[in-house]
Design a protein around this ligand. Structure first.
Ligand code: IPM
Ligand code: MN
Length: 378
């Protein structure tokens, strides 16, 4: 987040965009120090005052709330659920110059230009529903919801279980979002076709059967978009073997969580993977990765995922507010990351030995010259 702050500073100084930044402390470590996941009123502030929310990773070992949930959960999951951020947009694109880390060695495995997919994870229901609902309740000061008791014939003794509701309306909105997103892209890298792949487990679960049925209903409205389907297990195989086939992928919540960690490997790892949590009114932007506590305070981790999330934020602000400057800034951040990737100021995950702050400085420096040229500010 410190490196993202450098990027915001450069934007503030060198563009006509003026930012009011409100910092809200939150997360597991904050919980251990203060007994609260974030200050009271923070959810309302995000809902009522913020144009966009930029979130750092929240987890911290041993930071568990009294009811056994991840401390910091009411921030990330409370916002996802409470603000109806139903589309979790996770771009997977391989930059030039990335060497993939396999067996502890670095070599280019996948071809740049052959990996450019957008995974859209449903973000408000599915297997996360109970925790999402509890988190939103806590974030808004309501009593936390618990699913009612259930019996499982044939299972004796202690049983822990999680319901996995998938609704028509929840599926419709995210699948429609995926088809709309596909219309704004260049198609799959392999054949240039605009394609939306429905990834589910409809051979096994009823929730996925509904999701899949709704996918086909929505697809009827997009006759020029290729329809495509993969079960989640097969998708994991094809994503690695044939990533060029995929353009936009839409999938229920938990499958999107798991498959985006896998897919991040195609682009060089979690140090690069950014995400946008979008609803009809609100947007929250965050890296796909967690807090990597074993690296805390060591200045070694890659800030690119966080910085790419800032780019997604400006892209969305530009789109929703019709602001060309924000759109331009999003592209310039991406150009600055692209150029950095070609150089040797890189963190360990990309085979370099530079620190977090050196990479942040490098990207901020390139962004600075791009912005100076574009906005002609001396
Ligand atoms: C993610 C994370 C979160 C999730 C955790 C931190 C709750 O893994 O954004 O992918 O599971 O959604
Ligand atoms: Mn995850």
């Amino acid at each position: 987040m410190i490196e993202a702050g450098k990027i915001l500073d450069v934007i503030e100084q060198l563009t006509p965009i003026s930012l009011t930044i409100n910092k809200i402390p939150c997360g597991g470590e904050h919980y251990l120090e203060t007994g609260e996941e974030w200050p009271e009123g923070s959810f309302d502030f995000c809902r009522d005052e913020a144009d966009a929310i930029l979130l750092g990773a929240v987890g911290w070992p041993g930071a568990i709330t009294e009811d056994g949930d991840l401390a910091g959960g009411s921030v990330i999951l409370g916002l996802r659920s409470g603000l109806d951020l139903y589309a979790n947009v996770r771009p997977i694109r391989l930059y030039e110059g990335v060497r993939h880390k396999i067996h502890g060695e670095f070599k280019q495995v996948w071809e740049p230009g052959m990996v450019d997919m957008l995974i859209i994870r449903e973000n408000t229901e599915g297997l996360y529903h109970s925790l999402l609902r509890r988190s939103a309740d806590k974030a808004q000061g309501r009593d936390a919801w618990e699913p009612s008791e259930m019996e499982f014939p044939g299972l004796d003794g202690e049983v822990a279980w999680d319901p996995r509701p998938i609704s028509r309306s929840g599926s419709e909105r995210v699948i429609k979002f995926a088809f709309e997103a596909a219309q704004r892209r260049n198609g799959a890298p392999g054949d240039g076709k605009t394609r939306v792949t429905c990834v589910d487990k409809s051979n096994v679960t009823r929730g996925c059967q509904l999701f899949n049925q709704i996918y086909h209903e929505i697809a009827e409205n997009y006759p020029h978009t290729d329809t495509d389907h993969a079960y989640i297990d097969a998708f994991c195989m094809w994503a690695v073997r044939n990533p060029e086939w995929f353009d936009v992928v839409v999938t229920p919540n938990m499958f999107g969580d798991i498959s985006t960690d896998l897919a991040s490997v195609l682009q060089g790892g979690m140090g690069i993977a950014a995400s946008a949590n979008l609803g009809d009114r609100h947007g929250m932007f965050e890296p796909v990765h967690g807090s990597a506590p074993k690296y805390a305070g060591q200045n070694t981790t890659n800030p690119m995922a966080m910085i790419n999330s800032v780019s997604l934020m400006f892209d969305w602000l530009g789109e929703t507010k019709g602001d060309a400057d924000c759109k331009a800034v999003a592209d310039f951040i991406d150009m600055a990351v692209t150029e950095t990737m070609m150089g040797d100021t890189l963190t360990y995950d990309l085979g370099g030995d530079s620190g977090t702050s050196a990479v942040g400085d490098k990207i901020a420096g390139i962004l600075e010259s791009l912005l100076r040229k574009h906005f002609a500010i001396a």
